[in-house]
Write a protein that binds this ligand. Structure first.
Ligand SMILES: [Zn+2]
Length: 416
């Protein structure tokens, strides 16, 4: 048996060792637990890392695949690039060639442009010329048309003129045996030819009976020096007119014209039988002296300035005024007035041989010259026959001028 006191010390030592061991144990146990939990945490990290490693490995494989693919495509692209580079080289060469050609073409184009400019200017000129020619052609065509019409009218007139000349020559042939054989030195030779138309016969009878023109012709023959025989023939002409024929040296007074005057004065003016005879004779006188003027201009080769027809009218007016035959001139103006009315109202054809002024003009001429020959005495005529004031102012000068010039022209051929 153990002493009690020894047991107690053992117990205390035991207890202390136990407590120490217990404390150590607790400490170790705590450290172990912490290590276990650290291990567990590390293990978890490790698992995570391992799975991420797996993932990364898979990614790596994918990337490697992608890389291979890309590399393949890179190779392809590289090849394409080489091709393109080659083609670029080719194209560049072609571009340079084309540039060169383009430059030379541009030079050519500039030249062509210059030539084109020249041509364009020429074209404008040619075109303007063409337009002008076209307009001229139009004018000419119009003139041609109107000339054709004139030509046709003139041709028809010429035909009529030829027929008239034939007729005139036959009239002169007819009259020739009636010429006065005693007129050796020349002079006017009067003959009345019998008409074949019944309605002209009274005019033939009347004119040959009254001896009016016989008296004129004898005055003319004693007043004027005429170098050859000149016929004064009253005849049927087939036209209402009077003529001087230089070819046949004959004044031809047509009964047809006397008949026309008769008709005009009876129907147009309503004159009495007695007045009609004077009116017809007065107008015939004017016509006779008008034709005589043509005859004298031809015979003496008189230098007439201006229109011969107007000069002939002036001569006839002058002679009738000198012979104090104002009545004849008034009847003549009435004739022109009546013809003028016809001219205005009818399709009155102006005879082709007639180069006279139109009747209304001749009317005012005659009135003007009567008045101009003696304004103091004949103012009433100018008023009564309606001579316009502006014309009246010139009449005295007009009359004075042709009075003077006819006197000068005829003077060398007056007997004595
Ligand atoms: Zn005439």
């Amino acid at each position: 048996m153990a002493n009690p006191k020894t047991s107690t010390v053992l117990t205390v030592i035991l207890a202390a060792v136990l407590a120490l061991v217990m404390g150590l144990y607790v400490q170790l146990n705590g450290e172990y637990s912490a290590a276990v939990s650290r291990y567990e945490a590390l293990y978890e990290d490790y698992s995570q890392l391992q799975s991420r490693y797996g993932e990364l490995e898979r990614s790596y494989s994918r990337l490697a695949e992608d890389y291979d693919q890309l590399r393949g495509r890179y190779e392809d692209l590289k090849k394409d690039y080489e091709d393109l580079r080659y083609r670029y080289g080719e194209l560049r060469q072609r571009y340079l060639n084309l540039s060169l050609k383009l430059n030379s073409t541009l030079v050519e184009l500039k030249e062509l442009n210059y030539v084109y400019g020249l041509l364009e200017r020429n074209y404008s000129r040619v075109r303007a010329e063409l337009d002008r020619l076209r307009a001229e052609y139009g004018d000419l065509a119009r003139r041609y048309t109107s000339l054709s019409r004139d030509y046709e009218t003139l041709s028809a007139s010429l035909e009529r003129a030829k027929a008239l000349i034939d007729e005139l020559s036959s009239l002169v042939d007819l009259a020739w045996p009636l010429y006065d054989e005693e007129l050796i030195t020349g002079g006017f030779n009067l003959a009345y030819l019998s008409p074949s138309s019944r309605d002209l016969y009274p005019f033939y009878e009347w004119l040959s009976d009254i001896g009016w023109y016989d008296a004129y012709v004898s005055v003319l023959n004693s007043t004027l020096k005429v170098p050859y025989r000149v016929g004064v023939l009253f005849a049927e002409c087939g036209v209402e007119n009077a003529f001087y024929s230089a070819e046949y040296r004959a004044i031809i007074m047509c009964y047809d014209l006397a008949r026309r005057f008769y008709g005009l004065f009876v129907d147009g003016a309503g004159l009495s039988e007695e007045d009609v005879a004077e009116a017809v004779l007065g107008s015939l006188d004017f016509v006779f002296f008008h034709e005589l003027a043509h005859a004298l201009i031809d015979i003496y080769d008189l230098p007439i300035t201006g229109r011969e027809e107007d000069a002939a009218d002036q001569f006839a007016t002058l002679i009738l005024l000198e012979a104090e035959r104002v009545d004849a001139l008034i009847y003549t103006s009435l004739w022109f007035l009546l013809e003028g009315d016809r001219y205005l109202s009818d399709l009155y054809e102006i005879p082709f041989w007639d180069e006279h002024s139109l009747e209304p003009q001749r009317y005012y001429n005659i009135v003007c010259w009567i008045y101009g020959s003696d304004p103091g005495s004949y103012e009433w005529i100018a008023d009564a026959l309606g001579l316009p004031g502006e014309r009246a102012g010139r009449c005295s000068d007009e009359y004075g001028q042709f009075y003077e010039s006819w006197n000068v022209l005829i003077a060398p051929y007056v007997v004595g």
